[in-house]
Design a protein around this ligand. Structure first.
Ligand SMILES: *[C@@H]1O[C@H](CO)[C@@H](O)[C@H](O)[C@H]1NC(C)=O
Ligand SMILES: *[C@@H]1O[C@H](CO)[C@@H](O)[C@H](O)[C@H]1NC(C)=O
Ligand SMILES: *[C@@H]1O[C@H](CO)[C@@H](O)[C@H](O)[C@H]1NC(C)=O
Ligand SMILES: *[C@@H]1O[C@H](CO)[C@@H](O)[C@H](O)[C@H]1NC(C)=O
Ligand SMILES: *[C@@H]1O[C@H](CO)[C@@H](O)[C@H](O)[C@H]1NC(C)=O
Length: 430
């Protein structure tokens, strides 16, 4: 959801902004990790080395898009450095870590080489653990991206290809999923918390602030998800500079199919400023689901109900009067699971705009996730987005829904998921 005020953000998309938490500037003096690559003796791997696993959407030039994209690999030795290409956004904040230890952060720069793991990095010199060491990096902000130029380890050491986890989640959404206004943005979003929090799960977050389901301009995003989900890049200003009107279609054969696709889209469609009718919205959402069904015939789809903030009335708070297309979305979910759809099962291919018939009779695959009652009024910040706590609640409830509905065990039993959420009271005596 976006107010007119937030519109400015899209115009500014490539300048570094101060991030406020509770009205105070968030500390952003992250350690400077830049080094002179010529002063070190490295073994260097190009961006397309098969040992590097890319997470989320990256284009053919190894530029990252959408929310919380990342890379992961195993390595030997105690050194990992990354050289970033010229298409890297200025000062973009990345998070990185060894294994499941806490995330650390640094701002990186186009054409810079950054030393991210050395003997001093937390966990680097432990002697008993996971072999090989795993390194993971994520881009925190949805408007920014990095380009991987090359990866370096110490001379005589090597990168190790890590197998992918066996479970996959895709989240399709807008600012609410992208992590707008949470502390670490994508890395504090409920979408990331869902994927990382389930553990042993690959996740990709195809979400961008302001975007509608309907294929039209919403808050400066030129296209809607019914179109853009089929493409590698998002609807940012950065993407318009990189591609103009010719983005790379996403090559769905690059990765295994998602098992579960979580969709939270429509908050911008229901905003009167964008003038999307209910019919146009439902048609777009239907086509997104038909698109998912066409690309990944066995995927289950979870459609989340929208939440639109709270208002005070008398001595308590209540959800906003319009909760956003509730009846129509419920009806659409029922239609997908009815014989009408299941016998016919039409699928949509957003790139060529074809509606065609799939083969075989699928089982019902569309599930409705009722978000009502998960967040309370103070879980939504002044800019109408979940706070860090709100995001954690949404992620946790979704995890349980997925565990109960699909029998997925919760496999993250200790690694850090949400960073900087350790608030506690250690006053034992009064
Ligand atoms: C490293 O060496 C290359 C080739 O000699 C040179 O082009 C580059 O500017 C050097 N980089 C730095 C950071 O000094
Ligand atoms: C580092 O990134 C944060 C978050 O985007 C930003 O607020 C800060 O200005 C950046 N710092 C530098 C030195 O680029
Ligand atoms: C909103 O959409 C309707 C129907 O498509 C159109 O007639 C009207 O001019 C639009 N209004 C604005 C402000 O774009
Ligand atoms: C079957 O799909 C076609 C589009 O290919 C559509 O026109 C028709 O209404 C569908 N039939 C049913 C019963 O849904
Ligand atoms: C969602 O849950 C709330 C609270 O239990 C309930 O009042 C509402 O009817 C539910 N909505 C739907 C569409 O099932």
């Amino acid at each position: 959801m976006l107010s007119i005020l937030n519109l400015a953000i899209f115009g500014l998309s490539l300048s570094t902004a101060t991030i406020l938490q509770n009205g105070q500037p968030r500390p952003s003096n992250y350690p400077d990790t830049r080094i002179d690559p010529n002063a070190s003796s490295f073994r260097t791997y190009p961006a397309d080395a098969p040992e590097i696993s890319y997470k989320g959407r990256w284009d053919s030039k190894h530029v990252s898009w959408w929310s919380a994209p990342g890379i992961k690999f195993g390595y030997t030795g105690q050194t990992v450095a990354i050289s970033f290409g010229h298409l890297t956004s200025p000062g973009v904040l990345i998070a990185y870590r060894i294994g499941g230890l806490d995330w650390t952060f640094t701002n990186v720069t186009a054409r810079g080489t950054h030393l991210l793991v050395s003997a001093d990095t937390p966990g680097s010199s432990l002697t008993t653990p996971i072999n090989p060491w795993t390194f993971e990096m994520r881009v925190t902000n949805w408007a920014y991206g990095v380009q991987i130029d090359s990866i370096h380890v110490a001379a005589g050491e090597k990168l190790v290809k890590l197998p992918d986890f066996g479970r996959r989640i895709e989240v399709i959404g807008d600012s609410l999923a992208a992590g707008m206004y949470t502390s670490y943005e994508g890395l504090s979003s409920w979408a990331y918390g869902l994927g990382a929090g389930l553990g042993d799960t690959e996740y990709s977050i195809t979400a961008y602030p302001g975007i509608c389901a309907a294929d039209q301009d919403c808050w400066g995003n030129p296209r809607g998800q019914v179109h853009q989900w089929f493409y590698t890049s998002d609807t940012s200003y950065r993407a318009s500079v990189a591609y103009g009107d010719n983005p790379e279609p996403w090559d769905f054969s690059k990765r295994p199919a998602a098992d579960i696709v979580v969709i939270n889209i429509g908050t911008n469609d229901q905003n009167a400023a964008n003038n999307v009718s209910t019919t146009v919205y439902i048609d777009a959402l239907t086509k997104i689901i038909q698109g998912v069904h066409g690309k990944w015939p066995k995927a289950h789809v979870i459609v989340m109900s929208l939440w639109l903030g709270f208002y005070q009335s008398g001595n308590s708070y209540f959800p906003g009067a319009s909760q956003g297309f509730v009846n129509e979305v419920c009806q659409m979910c029922k239609w997908f699971n009815s014989d009408d759809y299941l016998r016919n099962q039409t699928i949509y291919d957003g790139v060529t705009k074809k509606i065609s018939r799939a083969s075989g009779r699928p089982e019902p695959f569309v599930h409705y996730f009722n978000t009502s009652g998960i967040m309370q009024h103070n879980d939504i910040g002044p800019q109408w987005h979940p706070t860090d706590v709100g995001a954690i609640k949404v992620a946790s409830h979704l995890q349980q829904f997925i565990r109960i509905t699909f029998g997925w065990d919760l496999l993250a039993t200790g690694p850090e998921v949400f960073h900087d959420t350790l608030y506690w009271n250690d006053q034992s005596g009064y």
